[in-house]
Design a protein around this ligand. Structure first.
Ligand code: ASP
Length: 296
């Protein structure tokens, strides 16, 4: 049976109101609008959910507009450490990388780990080495152009969420779902710190006939709530709608003092995109063709 595709993207949650008047919000909105249309068309033409989320995240990593891939900001010691993960809902396979520094597209490496190794999460220099061995595109420090630079300074405060982890969730015409997340982590993070993005169950989760989730925000709170899996399990075990499950998990994060947001697809291709920050870069087209593109 053919299913109606659906797709949701995020470019991170945070204090986006501070960018008002810089043109940056409009630019991100336009990029996300074009991207969501492109990925939706891919899905309508029969692309798999895993190909759709990979393509979406690669493109967002490459824009330099978000705090992932090219746009990643350095950690406290001045170099980037990138995290990413991907999961496919039809077989619960997953792959992730943490603390990579030289691979151009961490999400491609996460997918390689998922499809070609027996490991789920590979970290540090050995992950970069695998990428090099497999002829992935490698970059040096000069490639990275922190997206949080305005007028030559990195804006934002270490205790506030970064503004641009990227993520995608999709359901394809076969009914398969997938989720992917990629990040440079929180601003000026402690060297060696790993957030929720590469942790399956915290930042990313996908399970057929239930849904797919990608999170953004202060990762520690999402880890402590096993946020992505919490959304899935509320839908699966409690029978909650995607909106109710996603909203409840965001409330739990808020109650602990956490900030951020998430995107989720439900079993029929419904979309929910809650956040408790001043904004979240987001775009979606649900199974009924309803299109949303928003920032604040
Ligand atoms: N969740 C990411 C992390 O904690 C950051 C973000 O989404 O802005 O690494």
């Amino acid at each position: 049976m053919s299913h109606l595709p659906s797709i949701a993207l995020h470019g991170g949650a945070g204090n986006l109101a501070r960018y008002a008047g810089t043109g940056r919000l409009e630019e991100a909105e336009s990029v996300l609008g074009h991207l969501v249309d492109h990925i939706y068309t891919m899905l309508q033409q029969g692309a798999s959910a895993v190909d759709a989320v990979t393509e979406a995240v690669v493109r967002m990593e490459d824009t330099g507009l978000f705090h992932a891939g090219r746009g990643s900001a350095p950690n406290q010691h001045g170099y980037v450490e990138l995290d990413a993960s991907i999961m496919t809902g039809h077989n619960l396979e997953a792959g992730a990388v943490a603390l990579v520094r030289r691979v151009k597209n961490p999400i491609k490496l996460a997918r390689y780990v998922m499809e070609h190794t027996s490991t789920v999460l590979l970290g540090g220099a050995e992950a970069d080495a695998l990428a090099e061995l497999q002829n992935f595109e490698m970059v040096d420090a000069s490639y990275f152009q922190p997206c949080d630079m305005i007028g030559g300074a990195i804006v934002g405060h270490p205790s506030s969420p970064s503004t641009g982890t990227v993520g995608a969730v999709a359901r394809d015409t076969h009914g398969n779902v997938a989720a992917a997340t990629s990040t440079g982590g929180t601003l000026r993070k402690t060297a060696g710190r790993i957030g929720d993005a590469p942790l399956i169950g915290s930042g990313t989760y996908a399970k057929n006939n239930v849904g797919a989730v990608s999170c953004t925000g202060i990762g520690e709170y999402f880890i402590r709530n096993a946020a992505a899996y919490a959304v899935i399990s509320r839908m699966e075990l409690l029978g909650e709608s995607v909106g109710s499950a996603a909203g409840t998990v965001m409330q739990h994060i808020h109650d602990l003092g956490g900030e951020g947001g998430l995107i989720a697809i439900g079993p029929r291709g419904e979309v929910s995109m809650p956040f408790n920050t001043s904004g979240m870069y987001r775009a979606s087209i649900d199974a009924w063709g309803k299109r949303i593109v928003g920032v604040l």
